[in-house]
Design a protein around this ligand. Structure first.
Ligand code: AMP
Length: 419
């Protein structure tokens, strides 16, 4: 299939061609006609599938084919969970719409409100925003959403994870009843299904990969290793394989900083990106990484969400995520738009239960590869941090109360299984 068959404006096609895209990705081939047809859609798509263009191209087509008269008002609203993703989606709107006479604005927190207020007052067709800051502007009557024709919820699962549900509901209450709704989510939890029922009208379901399945083009490997040797192993892997641009995930902000310093000491230019850094510092780190000035970017989940880096070859889980869905999001940073990618996880004995959760969610058994010189010491016992163990126990007792048998089975199997 070619882009020409999709009934897009020649000005949009020109911009798409300039990006070097020869044909639509599967999500684009399915979503673009459905959106142009006016349908609501519920799309299961991870970052890297071309999902941004899948909603941006038809959105621009619709806005450009029906002229707003006189003053501009917000006709398309895209909500994203993070500032980085808002900035990125906005960049896509600008790129694909560069030959159209449409205006777009990005709105997110962590930066001054005034320039955003001015931009909103000057008139805008497409608004890309994170929920919290948009609500601030709504509360100050800086923006009118009463004429929105298309609402896009991008990475809706992550917006729920980040606790934006009430903000989203408040924003939706400002929108007209008759509008088109597009919901994109990498994973499909019951919460997402509930949200989609309240927002979408007879949606067309679009799936490019099976639920919660990790992209097949990503080669996944587990390296079992002792906790204390993880940083050494990572340095070794980067050096021995001559990785040029590697994204590394840690569970904590402190861990991200510490690891980035350690890698720099080993002669591997590194930087970190996490929620304690200012927006400007995060953008700067991302830029240095994209431009190849630093070889390793160490990130926490929230900060890395939505990062789009072309041809990212390797993603490393220095720590496994507590939430199995995050694994799917993390490794989705590699193997983008048809490129092959590799995801490595350094797993110590404390993380076996997290690994099993991931394998249960993705329905795959990830290959274990021992690295010479880094074999785990069998005498080392699992160590669960005191605070976390209390918290987890409290939660799991709660969730097990109606389901004691399966909870018990799972508990035993963790102890018996090796990596
Ligand atoms: P996304 O899933 O929206 O984050 O997009 C992932 C990457 O795929 C971005 O770098 C896009 O520029 C790229 N991309 C989007 N559509 C296409 C296409 N049809 N052909 C090739 N690359 C694409």
């Amino acid at each position: 299939m070619s882009f020409e068959t999709l009934n897009l404006n020649p000005r949009i096609l020109r911009a798409v061609k300039e990006e070097g895209y020869s044909e639509p990705t599967p999500i684009q081939a399915q979503a673009i006609p459905a959106v142009l047809d006016g349908k609501d859609i519920l799309a299961a798509a991870q970052t890297g599938t071309g999902k941004t263009a899948a909603f941006t191209l038809p959105l621009l087509q619709k806005l450009s084919s029906k002229k707003g008269e006189g003053k501009r008002y917000v006709r398309a609203l895209v909500l994203t969970p993070t500032r980085e993703l808002a900035a990125q989606v906005h960049q896509s709107v600008r790129t694909y719409g560069k030959y159209l006479k449409l205006k777009s604005v990005e709105i997110y927190g962590g930066v001054s409100m005034q320039p955003q207020t001015r931009a909103l007052r000057n008139g805008v067709d497409t608004l890309v925003a994170t929920p919290g800051r948009l609500l601030d502007h709504l509360n100050q009557s800086n923006v009118d959403l009463s004429r929105v024709e298309i609402l896009v919820l991008d990475e809706a699962d992550r917006m729920l994870d980040m606790g934006f549900i009430n903000d989203i509901k408040k924003i939706i209450a400002e929108l007209p009843h008759f509008r088109q709704n597009l919901l994109f989510s990498a994973t499909f939890s019951d919460e997402i299904k509930r949200l989609s029922k309240t927002i979408l009208k007879e949606p067309e379901m679009i799936k490019v990969a099976a639920d919660n399945k990790t992209a097949e083009r990503i080669k996944q490997t587990i390296h079992p290793v002792d906790r204390a040797k993880k940083a050494d192993l990572l340095s070794h892997l980067i050096g021995a394989n001559d990785w040029k641009q590697v994204l590394v995930f840690t569970r904590t902000k402190h861990g991200a900083d510490k690891l980035s310093r350690r890698l720099a000491q080993d002669g591997l230019p590194s930087t970190s990106i996490h929620g304690n850094k200012t927006q400007a510092a995060r953008m700067k780190a991302l830029k240095a990484f994209k431009e190849g000035r630093v070889r390793v970017l160490v990130a926490t989940d929230v900060a890395a969400r939505g990062i789009d880096i072309d041809r990212l070859g390797q993603v490393v889980n220095f720590d496994l995520p507590e939430v199995a869905e995050d694994y799917v999001h993390r490794i989705g940073r590699t193997g983008r738009a048809g490129n092959a990618g590799e995801a490595f996880s350094l797993v110590c004995i404390d993380e076996r239960h997290l690994l099993h959760r991931i394998e249960k969610l993705t329905g795959t058994q990830i290959e274990r590869v021992l690295v010479e010189g880094f074999h785990p010491d069998p005498s080392i016992k699992a160590e669960v941090p005191k605070k976390r163990s209390r918290g987890n126990r409290g939660r799991s007792f709660g969730s097990r109360s109606g389901n004691g048998a399966s909870g018990g089975r799972e508990g035993r199997s963790f102890r018996r299984r090796s990596y």
